[in-house]
Design a protein around this ligand. Structure first.
Ligand SMILES: Nc1ncnc2c1ncn2[C@@H]1O[C@H](COP(=O)(O)OP(=O)(O)O)[C@@H](O)[C@H]1O
Ligand SMILES: [Mg+2]
Length: 285
């Protein structure tokens, strides 16, 4: 890719996490989390956002995700997303606090309804929309075709391959929740074929709407750097006495767009440098 293809603009804020902390009982898990992500706009293409969260086990990735989806109430701070039901004011979409259901959540197990076929699952996902029966059908069939799921439209989860299951679960969340989706360790435990299949699904989501925003966690640093345009590292800070803290926060943010290494077709030496920086930070966290 040439550098011209890397040209982009940053428009309205699509995610604003403000001084967020979450505690369970009297134990604080994450603290002082501040994240601002903007709508990335590139010429003559739809460009969504892919944000990766890295961090060692127990550093609060899943806890943060539950707060981002509205499943967990923050102890302090808040999570804001654009309120698309309101008109734009002074060039900015008014914001609202996230509520359960605003952000799709895909867990590691790709849980599906046992007694619904792929088609029925997707139809159910569209139940809150104002689309007519025919529009729903057209939308579902369009996605099934795009995502290579046409042939298993009438199958139940037990008869799906791992890859088909993952794509159905991701599609279900995409259709029911709109533009935002959180996936907690979507690549762990997958074989190479299924990893490719989920990567493809990410790309399809990313290219199909300007506002589509995928947030995912992973232990695979290379994969995070390859797929995301923005990467956050969660971890414990080193305290002044050299000891490791016990409440996680964002230790570092890599904006891969700014670094010129987002949306590349191949993994370059610059990506490798970034992987090395991430590893150094994580080892001390
Ligand atoms: N519901 C809960 N109640 C109490 N402690 C919890 C709960 N969920 C997670 N924790 C604790 O919070 C910490 C962070 O967990 P988690 O968010 O799952 O981290 P990660 O996803 O990065 O591995 C861990 O110490 C975990 O034991
Ligand atoms: Mg987790």
């Amino acid at each position: 890719m040439t550098t011209a293809a890397q040209t982009y603009e940053q428009k309205g804020v699509i995610l604003h996490v403000e001084n967020l902390s979450v505690s369970y009982g009297d134990r604080t898990i994450i603290r002082d989390i501040n994240i601002t992500e903007k709508d990335t706009v590139r010429a003559s293409r739809q460009q969504g956002q892919i944000i990766a969260f890295l961090g060692r086990s127990g550093r609060g990735k899943s806890t943060l995700f539950r707060a981002l989806t509205g499943l967990e109430k923050p102890t302090t701070g808040r999570v804001l997303i654009p309120d698309l039901s309101k008109p734009v004011e002074n060039g900015q979409q008014p914001a609202k606090q996230v509520h359960e259901g605003d952000v799709g959540f895909v867990n590691q197990k790709y849980t599906l309804f046992r007694h619904k076929t792929v088609y029925e699952t997707l139809l159910f996902a569209l139940r809150k929309t104002t689309l007519s029966k025919q529009e729903k059908d057209e939308k579902i069939m369009h996605y099934l075709k795009d995502w290579g799921l046409e042939t298993c439209k009438d199958q139940y989860p037990n008869f799906l391959s791992g890859g088909q299951r993952q794509r159905t679960a991701i599609l279900e969340q995409l259709l029911s929740s709109g533009h935002y989706m959180v996936l907690d360790e979507p690549f762990s435990g997958l074989d190479i074929g299924n990893i490719v299949s989920v990567k493809k699904a990410f790309q399809l989501i990313n290219e199909s709407h300007e506002l589509n925003t995928i947030m995912f966690s992973t232990h695979d640093i290379e994969l995070a750097i390859e797929l995301a345009d923005s990467v956050y590292i969660l971890g414990y800070k080193q305290e002044e006495n050299g000891q490791l803290g016990s409440v996680a926060t964002v230790l570092k943010h890599f904006d891969l767009k700014q670094m010129g290494i987002a949306w590349q077709d191949s993994f370059t030496a610059q990506h490798l440098d970034c992987v090395k920086m991430v590893k150094d930070i994580m080892l001390k966290s």
